[in-house]
Design a protein around this ligand. Structure first.
Ligand code: ATP
Ligand code: MG
Length: 320
């Protein structure tokens, strides 16, 4: 029997009331899927709704509309005991490896807690499982690392502890919200490489969130570009970088070091996007150099313009 993708998000909307009967929609009808053993990179500028999507996926934020299906189960509004079960399947790694660990707990204690709480170590025993997790994330020799406190570790090592803690409950899906952006540049590649190894060795699915297209391309099987809560483009990574069709993606690429030869697109406005509900047309219209009347009137649907290459634009550009 052919099963669907591991993660399926359909027309997800998150709205936050902001008073006087108004609301913002930082996530506006977002749809995507992730296969087992796939990294989907989510790229977007600050405030585009990346973390809100992440939080909706792990159910730290209540979705307002749409559906989230994981492992063939609708988890959009699960509660009670079923949410505890769901939280074993889906784990999150946060941006700040300093804030996400408790300064008075050893590495061992950080890992023992989820193992005991979710009773996942079974026959193997908690102690052996901790060794295995530390090996998996490259924190060796494990006998030394186990007894260290967060302040005795580098930023990269702390993030590896956070990743080990996420893996403790044997998830099938990990949401990593800017996991390398607070790390020194020299250790970023190591953490990204680890994510790639975990994907390949454990067949894990990742949503990898970043501002930065180069890391999105390095680690992502596919890239999804978000702007003001809307998906602008979604394609296999190499394809998206080689043949970007949305003016916003092209602008992002032109702003990536080493990509100047594509010819930078003129910025027509740098005003922050308006997230207030009830807006019309394409969110990118007020910054787009190719804007026409239809762009300000009608929201462009996400269309598959080439195999696996989706674009939401009234005037997609296949060439620079
Ligand atoms: N609980 C909340 N209540 C009201 N507004 C919120 C809430 N959480 C987020 N927002 C707003 O939603 C928008 C999107 O925020 P979000 O944190 O998802 O962006 P982001 O893409 O992760 O940005 P960054 O790159 O800076 O992390 C922002 O305008 C933010 O202020
Ligand atoms: Mg964020």
């Amino acid at each position: 029997m052919a099963l669907g993708p591991l993660v399926e998000v359909k027309d997800l909307v998150v709205r936050f009331p902001i008073g006087r009967g108004q609301a913002i929609r930082p996530v506006d009808q977002v749809s995507f899927s992730i296969e087992a053993g796939e990294v989907l990179s989510l790229v977007g500028e600050s405030g585009s709704g990346k973390s809100t999507i992440a939080k909706a996926l792990v159910r730290m934020v209540e979705p307002s509309e749409g559906q989230i299906i994981v492992n063939q189960r609708d988890v959009t509004h699960v509660r009670g005991r079923r949410i505890t079960q769901y939280r074993r399947e889906v784990q999150m790694v946060f941006q700040d490896p300093f804030g996400s660990l408790n300064p008075v707990h050893t590495v061992e204690r950080h890992l023992a807690y989820p193992l005991r709480r979710h009773k996942v170590s079974g026959q193997e025993g908690v102690s052996r499982r901790i060794d295995k997790l530390l090996e998996q994330v490259g924190l060796t020799p494990v006998s030394e690392t186990r007894h260290k406190f967060p302040h005795e570790l580098s930023g990269g090592q702390r993030q590896r502890v956070a990743i080990a803690r996420a893996l403790a409950v044997n998830p099938t899906f990990v949401v990593a919200d800017e996991p390398i952006s607070m790390l020194d540049v020299s250790i970023r590649a190591g953490v990204l490489k680890l994510i790639g190894e975990l994907r390949d060795n454990l067949n894990l699915a990742f949503l990898y969130i970043t501002h930065d297209l180069s890391s999105a391309r390095y680690i992502g099987n596919r890239i999804m570009v978000l702007y003001a809560g809307c998906v602008m483009e979604l394609a296999p990574s190499a394809e998206l970088v080689r043949r970007p069709m949305h003016p916003y993606t092209r602008l992002l690429l032109a702003a990536t070091p080493g990509n100047r030869d594509r010819g930078p697109l003129p910025e027509t406005s740098i005003s922050a996007p308006n997230l207030v509900e009830g807006r019309q047309g394409c969110q990118f219209a007020n910054r787009c150099p190719f804007v026409t009347d239809v762009c300000t009137q009608t929201k462009p649907p996400l269309m598959e313009l080439d195999k696996g290459h989706f674009v939401a634009c009234h005037h997609p550009q296949a060439t620079a």
